[in-house]
Design a protein around this ligand. Structure first.
Ligand code: SPV
Ligand code: MN
Length: 620
């Protein structure tokens, strides 16, 4: 490679060179120079935190046709390619050096060959394009949570999305000086056809854990490209392990309790399991919807949102079920829609509660009702995983602590999954260890459209973080067990399941989650009792009856309570068998894991002998 500064001087005009060299960081200069040499852009734009630079990126996305303006001021639409609509799990891999073993459940490739492969694919990928260099950070700026990041991309849509999703950090980069302590992400959408990545067969997301560097190529979908989202989560999990904190796939919700108190809970649910709508419950506070950093301080757990915006699923958002976000998405502000249908400048999506147009433009191009794709499948009006991108401050109930460098005190953790007949709608674990093992680490959920897998298959997803785990599972579980060792105030672990079904019909209403979190809030403060079952502590009917009335103005019946909170013993036993088998094959699973699962099996069997296979909550 040419001398770094000489190379930068050749490719950058004076203004951009000055912006880059003002950051006196050799690793950064090398990263940019290396990316230029590899990707061969026509020009380079260095984006500072200035309004003018940020506006340049926003306009570029329109000028390049990656986004198109919609009727409402500030709204734009971006389309990803028809086959580039979700995270690509199979082509996302860790580059592992010799001697590193991440275990069987984690997708990895030998570092030397993976690096060669991805470099080959990236070679010349920015010819004819402008390279954009962005500085952003994870966690509130200048806080102990904060991680600086540099993203290079040739997609103005990716760079624009980051303006809405993260805090700018060019100024902060000045303060890190020559420190190598930042994440680097290099993305190219690759060759484009009709403005979408053409060579999706060569789509790759490769993560270099040693260099804290991610490569992403031949894709535009934000889950594969926006470096500070899932790409950095993979890096952050590893860094958290080194520094004894937790980087989690969690929302942070502030729940209003009696007497004006606000109690914060985090929640980890796989995609499309009600995570965002729980984080956004009307009347409560949203601190974050997807990525939480948790740290121990003074014997307590404090949490902060790694992000400051939302890349949320738009499917099923309507004025009745999600009034806050629906309002934000239908009034003037900066919003990027992706993969919805546009008809006469108006975005429409599945389940939006409005009359569906018969034609328009969507991720398949010009669309009409009944249109089929190359495989003969009917193309719905919009993709199920269609999304919106918006800054969190645009929500009426954004938590005022979003930028608080201290974070917020976390009193509860919720693990959510999707199953029809195993888990009750809401349950408290007996203690941290029981919760980590039987709720978090044992989480199973039916697959959804958020990844390119087949939908509806029950799959194992510990802490709903499996897709992003960058260390052996056993070590990750151990990290959770250890996290509370020095704590005086240990958060309570809960589990929820919004997807119980009886003869195909859902047993819980869309709004019921609001009652469950209010119940948790009262449990955290020890203000109501609970019933001990073999799998955890469940609500008393009278408490739920009162809460349904207070929170939702609904009459909750005993009949419904029994249906929802029946313990399905055989299904729970089968789940324990499955989980034991999985962890039996995981190298290094802590002994305590099998002990806690074994004790749960024992409790279930004893209860079964006494009350039968289906235990009503009134039986205990
Ligand atoms: C998820 O799928 O969990 C998301 C969206 O939050 S993505 O950015 O694709 O990860
Ligand atoms: Mn997510």
């Amino acid at each position: 490679m040419k001398d770094t500064i000489t190379l930068l001087k050749t490719y950058l005009d004076e203004a951009n060179l000055n912006k880059l060299l003002e950051l006196k960081n050799r690793k950064l200069h090398n990263f940019v120079a290396g990316a230029i040499e590899l990707c061969c852009p026509d020009s380079v734009f260095v984006c500072t935190d200035s309004q003018a630079d940020i506006a340049y990126i926003r306009q570029l996305a329109l000028d390049q046709g990656e986004e198109t303006a919609l009727e409402i001021e500030g709204h734009t639409i971006h389309f990803d390619g028809y086959y580039d609509q979700a995270r690509d799990k199979s082509n996302t891999k860790y580059l592992v050096p010799e001697g590193m073993d991440l275990g069987a459940n984690i997708n990895a490739i030998d570092k030397a060959s993976g690096e060669t492969e991805v470099h080959e694919i990236l070679k010349g990928s920015m010819k004819g394009k402008q390279m954009l260099v962005r500085f952003l950070c994870l966690g509130p700026t200048n806080s102990e949570f904060c991680i600086s990041c540099c993203q290079i991309t040739d997609s103005a849509y990716v760079a624009h999305s980051e303006s809405l999703l993260y805090r700018p950090s060019y100024e902060q980069f000045k303060s890190i000086g020559d420190s190598p302590d930042f994440f680097s992400i290099l993305h190219s959408a690759g060759e484009l056809e009709n403005n979408v990545s053409k060579n999706v067969d060569k789509r790759r997301v490769y993560v270099d854990l040693e260099e804290e560097l991610v490569y992403s190529v031949n894709t535009q979908y934000a889950g594969n490209t926006v470096g500070l989202k899932k790409l950095s989560l993979r890096l952050a999990i590893r860094r958290a392990a080194r520094e004894a904190w937790l980087a989690e796939h969690m929302f942070i919700l502030g729940v209003n309790g009696p007497g004006g108190r606000v109690t914060y809970l985090t929640g980890a649910y796989p995609s499309m399991c009600g995570k965002t709508s729980t984080a956004m419950l009307p009347g409560e506070y949203i601190l974050g919807d997807d990525l939480a950093y948790l740290r121990e301080r003074d014997g307590k757990v404090y949490g902060a949102n790694a992000e400051s915006g939302i890349f949320g699923i738009v499917t099923d958002i309507n004025s009745v079920d999600d009034p806050l976000i629906f309002k934000a998405l239908t009034t003037s502000r900066e919003v990027i829609f992706s993969n919805v249908l546009v008809a006469d400048g108006v975005p429409c999506w599945l389940g939006d509660g409005r009359e569906a147009p018969k034609k328009g433009t969507n991720h398949s191009g010009e669309w009409f009702e009944g249109k089929k794709d190359a495989e003969g499948n009917i193309i719905p009006l919009a993709h199920k995983n269609a999304r919106y991108t918006v800054s969190q401050v645009e929500l009426d109930n954004c938590d005022p602590n979003l930028e608080n460098p201290d974070g917020v005190l976390i009193s509860g953790v919720i693990y959510g999954g999707r199953d029809s007949d195993i888990s009750v709608p809401c349950e408290q674990s007996f203690d941290w260890v029981h919760g980590v093992i039987t709720k978090g680490a044992s989480l199973e959920s039916e697959t959804t459209a958020a990844t390119l897998d087949r939908e509806g298959v029950l799959s194992f997803n510990p802490m709903s973080n499996l897709d992003f785990l960058s260390m052996p599972i056993a070590q990750y579980v151990q990290m959770h067990l250890d996290f509370v060792k020095n704590l005086d105030a240990v958060p309570i672990i809960f589990a929820v399941n919004y997807f119980q079904r009886e003869e195909g019909n859902f047993l819980t209403g869309m709004q019921d989650k609001h009652v469950w979190v209010k119940w948790m809030e009262l449990r955290i403060h020890n203000e109501i009792d609970a019933i001990k079952t073999p799998t955890g502590l469940i609500p008393l009917f009278d408490d739920l009856k009162r809460l349904f009335k207070e929170v939702l103005d609904l009459e909750y019946t005993l009949e419904f309570y029994i249906k929802q909170f029946i313990c399905h013993v055989p299904e729970n036993l089968a789940k324990i068998d499955r989980i034991e088998k999985i962890y039996g094959e995981v190298i290094g699973t802590p002994e305590i894991f099998f002990k806690v699962l074994g004790a749960q099996r024992q409790r279930l069997k004893e209860a079964q002998a006494r009350y039968g296979e289906r235990i009503s909550p009134l039986d205990y």
